[in-house]
Design a protein. Structure first.
Lengths: 294, 308
């Protein structure tokens, strides 16, 4: 390839990314920098590098909110990593196309209800009076809505809602990745005498690594944001679930109830740092940055 | 023609491999897992549909899967759409407007960007790539408040643009197209087109874009679903009920339901089955979209696998 040609390709690349880069600056970078700026300044714009952070961390609600979110994340991520991969491998092993396709459809359908809709649905499911799982809930000794949504149950409840909504999409993604594994490799493993479990552990799982890390990273990012679930549940439970249950709710309280944007930004920045550090681990382990040309 | 044959061969191969991987015990485990998982994912949805045909009393006293009556269903429909003289219709219209407008902008900016990141060199490519990933991993809600202040500064709060523009910035879409272009487009094909005299723009529009239609559809779908289901951003940006999208409207309906909010008992109070109906209505467009584009979507999601 000659030099002019290469030069033209260079400039066309810049033209193609320019609009996206503008949006990136306007709605990604600038707001983030602004949050950092707000978190290290006071109301009058004076530089106070630690004041906002120590204020929110000393807030008695901060630690409990952080613990709530951590419990929720622990359960949810474990469920995703184990069950999504397991279900994807199971669905992939189905021979009948119609059965495999319907299974994927059924698993994915709840994804249509992400956000407020799925929380609304689960409000019904968690109310033993009307719930389709009413007998089950009563068998476990919970006969009222208030009983079901005791504080100690909430991380599990939020994890179930999030799993119910999001797992299907990931199962489809994993299924696609499993289809990417060449039949030759599977065949070779088979000839070497590997059983399905060994194939899953030694062939499928390592080749899914990148996608599993990807799922973990995105889910972690989404999970730390926990907001709509506790916020609607708080509204529906007459504040049995507090309106500062999660960190984001607390950040919202700071901004809109206390009119303290700086404190709110401090929480946001903390959330950001935690998510980024944890994500970096997954990114390096999962090879998310690998591309064929690098 | 030859591609179809090759694809069929690959399918037959795979069927043969998998059939030998699963004996009778394997098959019964698979069966059990599938039944349990399907029940978990489907029962709540099925129940919700049935709930819309019952009265509040029936919901409490009859067995969960007893079906009510058509009359009750229409009564519930009427109650929902009469709520605050047709607020629900307005909310749906708003949701559609915000989601579709943002989706169009997302595609226009993301697909070329993904292409450029994957297949061209330009200054700051690496930093843009890393920033895309970083922003993609960042909790959106961490940006909601700063974006709110930004919008406030330029006087857009309360305007449709205050949600449409932030919705349109969709790094995940860029990342998805980037992955697709960097793994699934044969470079020789692009090089051949260049040798045949295509300009860089023509290479993108005539070769790469048609090949990328599965991933474009995928990005469109994800972006629409995410926009439609977004709650927090419109909740903060749009203070007046007239401009609510359906998701935020749902919380208004929830607080008008005495079963969950005892202080709501009044003339415009919601019955539980009507609230169930509202939930169905709020998810219906996404559900329909998914059912109709399912084959296409799965083809797109698994596109990397059909390389022959």
């Amino acid at each position: 390839m000659n030099k002019t040609r290469k030069g033209r390709r260079r400039s066309i690349g810049a033209v193609f990314v320019a609009p996206y880069a503008v949006f990136m600056l306007a709605f990604g970078v600038m707001p983030a920098l602004y949050a950092i700026y707000l978190s290290v300044t006071d109301v009058d714009g004076g530089f106070t590098p630690t004041a906002n952070f120590s204020k929110v961390i000393d807030d008695f609600r901060f630690f409990s909110a952080a613990r709530h979110v951590a419990f929720f994340l622990g359960i949810w991520l474990a469920a995703l990593l184990v069950l999504v991969v397991f279900l994807a491998i199971v669905v992939h092993a189905i021979r009948a196309r119609w059965l495999s396709a319907s299974a994927r459809l059924f698993f994915y359908l709840p994804g249509a209800l992400a956000g407020a809709s799925s929380v609304m649905l689960w409000l019904f499911v968690l109310d033993p009076v009307a719930s389709p799982a009413g007998p089950l809930l009563r068998a476990m000794g919970m006969d009222s809505f208030t009983n079901v949504i005791q504080p100690s149950h909430l991380p599990l409840i939020f994890a179930i809602i999030a799993f119910w909504t999001g797992a299907g999409g990931w199962i489809i993604v994993m299924y696609g990745a499993l289809n990417n594994i060449s039949t030759e490799i599977m065949e070779a493993a088979r000839i070497d005498g590997a059983n399905p479990v060994q194939v899953a552990i030694h062939i499928q799982l390592p080749l899914l690594r990148k996608w599993i890390a990807y799922m973990a990273v995105l889910s972690l990012a989404a999970g730390t944001q926990l907001f709509v679930e506790p916020s609607l549940l708080s509204q529906a439970s007459n504040a049995v679930v507090p309106n500062d249950y999660s960190l984001n709710q607390l950040a919202y309280q700071y901004a809109f109830d206390l009119n303290d944007f700086n404190g709110s930004a401090a929480i946001s920045v903390l959330l950001l740092i935690v998510a980024l550090v944890l994500s970096a681990v997954f990114v390096t382990k999962g090879g998310l940055f690998e591309t064929e040309d690098v | 023609m030859s591609t179809t044959l090759a694809a069929r061969d690959a399918r037959v191969d795979r069927a043969r491999v998998t059939s030998r991987l699963t004996g009778w015990s394997g098959r019964s485990i698979i069966g059990l897992v599938l039944v349990v998982a399907t029940l978990f994912f489907i029962i709540p949805l099925a129940w919700l549909l049935i709930a819309t045909t019952k009265t509040e009393h029936e919901l409490a006293v009859r067995t969960p899967f007893a079906i009510g009556s058509w009359d009750t269903f229409t009564t519930n429909v009427r109650q929902l759409f009469d709520f605050q003289s047709g607020a629900v219709v307005q909310w749906i219209r708003n949701s559609a407007y915000y989601s579709i407008a943002a989706l169009v902008i997302t595609l226009v900016i993301s697909v070329p960007a993904g292409y450029a990141l994957a297949l061209t060199e330009f200054r700051f490519r690496r930093i843009l790539m890393v920033t895309t990933l970083v922003v993609m991993l960042m909790p959106n809600t961490a940006l909601v408040l700063p974006v709110f202040l930004e919008m406030n500064k330029v006087g857009l709060v309360g305007q449709p643009l205050s949600v449409i523009l932030p919705f349109s910035f969709y790094p995940f879409g860029v990342y998805l197209t980037y992955i697709y272009f960097s793994t699934s487009i044969p470079r020789n094909l692009l090089a051949a087109a260049r040798l045949d005299g295509c300009s860089e723009v023509q290479v993108f529009i005539r070769i790469a874009l048609p090949l990328a239609s599965p991933v474009v559809a995928l990005v469109a779908f994800f972006s629409f679903v995410q926009n439609w289901n977004n709650y927090f951003l419109p909740f903060v940006m749009l203070p007046s009920s007239d401009s609510y999208p359906m998701q935020v409207g749902l919380s208004t309906l929830l607080s008008s339901t005495p079963a969950f909010n005892p202080s709501a008992a009044g003339s415009e109070s919601m019955h539980l089955p009507t609230l169930a109906l509202a939930t169905i209505v709020s998810m219906l467009p996404v559900l329909i979209l998914f059912l109709f584009s399912q084959r296409f979507l799965v083809a797109g999601m698994t596109a990397g696998g059909v390389k022959e």
